[in-house]
Design a protein around this ligand. Sequence first.
Ligand SMILES: [Fe+2]
Length: 317
Amino acid sequence: MAKAATEKKPVVKKKTEPNKKALVKDKSKAKYYFTAKNSVKVVQDRSGPKANKRVKYLVDTLVEHLHAFIKEARPTMDEWMYGINYLTRTGHLSTDWRQEFILLSDVLGISMLVETLNHDKMSGETESTVLGPFYVANAPQYHNGANICLDGKGVPILVYGKVTDSRGQIIPGATLDVWQANEDGFYDVQQKGVQPDMNLRGVFTSDNKGRYSFRSAYPRHYPIPYDGSVGDMLKALDRNPNRPAHLHFMVSAPGYEKLVTHIFTPDCPWLKDDAVFGVKESLIGDFRMVDDAKRSAELGFPNPFYEVEWNIVLSKA
Ligand SMILES: [Fe+2]
């Protein structure tokens, strides 16, 4: 009997080679090594199947552009560490009273770009602009006509107007949160103990005819906070830190999109060189000097004073 016919051949264990192609295809098991060439993909492929789609899209796109920046600009190790320390310092400087990260976004034109791209379909509505770093929630609520200039400093102004939709329909009950710098170019939060808390801030409500009004003081241009990480960057870039004089508005009403905007004074020398790129031509107000002894007496103002009519048109939500 031929022995060989029934005998099994000894099994030679084959070394199992990982199927590289399969690994690359299976994103949940991406195990290929990082190289400069595939850097974007290797990071993006680490996401798992349960990744939030929107977060993944935003982070993947951010990684793509950040890696492109690094490959083009080629920062040294010291420069990379400077960047890490710079962002760390920016975070440490941010508190309830100071928002260095918003400021960084502002001076890089990011805030204005996000704002502009999100409000590009306008049909007569009031244009929006940056929030800025000086908004404080829970400002005092006032009746229309109240004076928000608590220390009486500066040239008095009367601000009034109405809130409507784009078809001219009045909007009663709209909330108008306003805030501004004083005649020296400082917000109350920058001068604790010098200005009264909540100076030049207030929340108003449009009346049953959609009207609002308040008294205040003519604002002055001001430099953005210049003593932190953002100031260091502007100095290194030889950039102007000034913002043209303005009043901030945040207007909201049920059924309408919240509007964040400014009124700029027309005579400010920094209108065309805003450090945070916030000026839009439609937001320059017509501040008129009023010489009327009777009206100024009624308002409790010296004569003459300034007034500006500022009508606000909201977009449907
Ligand atoms: Fe401001």
